[in-house]
Design a protein around this ligand. Structure first.
Ligand code: HEM
Length: 269
């Protein structure tokens, strides 16, 4: 945990030198964004992360008896549909119990992973949400919205949530750090993103049923599918997308062609 805190401090101070400062003589970390200070010689490392980094961190360590990688600690504020208390102490295959195909395709190699320290991994996990829920538990009344298609739901209520995840091994402890940050994009932005409506339409309509069920996209599909169809047709009319385009992952993934232009979004048009 201390090793992770030190790595994060090193990164923050090197990447954002105007916002963060670490005094190596006193061990004080200064966060100029929050106007706060943390005494790194006294603070518990996970509390430090909680107070300074708006991201989740889960720590996985090898159980010497079984050889399996087990979730041993974490700071988690952005979980939807699961929580840390249900997963702590479990090996990876058990943590991923509800995830379709994890057992068949990823479990064996992950549980005995020999990931080198200099080869961190990044991936994105996406879902469609009503509003921008950061932390949502199964017992929350808002979670029940996932079991019905609300006839009052509007396109402007829906957003794409992507959890940008990183996975890296720490050099000293050999623990694996799984980290993620949730980013939301209003669905209406896709109207101006060439190729994206048609691509998402295909994923939602033809994607593996079990994966879509796990992601829980059904509760917004009555609104999302017609909107995407409309925008996909519109983009073909504007000649942003060729009519004969064979739908596939974009070369610019995870962006779209022209994403760097400063587009003037007009969500209500
Ligand atoms: C090693 C640290 C990792 C931890 C602690 C971790 C933890 C989790 C947790 C807590 C969930 C939510 C499960 C639920 O809904 O009950 C999840 C989902 C998932 N994890 Fe992991 N995970 C790790 C690594 C990986 C890796 C390396 C992969 C491989 C590609 C992976 C693939 C997935 C997939 C496919 C899902 C379903 C959601 C999505 O599409 O991302 N995980 N993980």
């Amino acid at each position: 945990m201390k090793e992770l805190m030190e790595m994060v401090i090193q990164f923050l101070c090197a990447r954002y030198p105007n916002q963060f400062y670490y005094n190596e003589w006193t061990g004080m970390f200064h966060n100029h964004i929050l106007a706060s200070r943390s005494d790194t010689r006294k603070i518990r490392p996970l509390v430090f992360l909680l107070q300074n980094v708006p991201e989740d961190f889960l720590i996985v360590q090898k159980d010497e008896k079984t050889g399996l990688s087990v979730l041993t600690a974490g700071v988690s504020c952005s979980a939807v549909g699961w929580n840390l208390s249900l997963k702590i102490g479990q090996p990876l295959h058990q943590i991923h119990g509800p995830v379709p195909f994890y057992k068949e395709k990823m479990s064996f190699s992950m549980d005995r992973s020999n990931m080198p320290c200099d080869k961190p991994i990044q991936r994105g996990s996406w879902g469609l949400e009503i509003g921008e829920p950061l932390y949502l538990q199964a017992e929350d009344p808002d979670f029940a919205m996932r079991t019905q298609q609300d006839p009052q739901l509007k396109v402007s209520d829906i957003s794409l949530r992507v959890d940008w995840q990183t996975l890296r091994r720490m050099p000293r402890s050999q623990a694996i750090v799984f980290n993620f940050k949730a980013l939301f994009t209003p669905l209406t932005h896709f109207r101006r993103e060439p190729f994206v409506p048609k691509l998402l339409l295909k994923v939602l309509s033809e994607g593996q049923k079990s994966i879509m069920e796990y992601k829980g996209t059904w509760h917004v599909e009555h609104v999302v599918l017609p909107a995407l169809k409309l925008w996909a047709d519109e983009q073909e009319e504007h000649k942003w997308v060729p009519r004969d385009w064979q739908v596939r992952t974009l070369d610019e993934d995870p962006f779209y062609p022209g994403w760097g232009y400063n587009r003037d979004y007009d969500d209500d048009s």
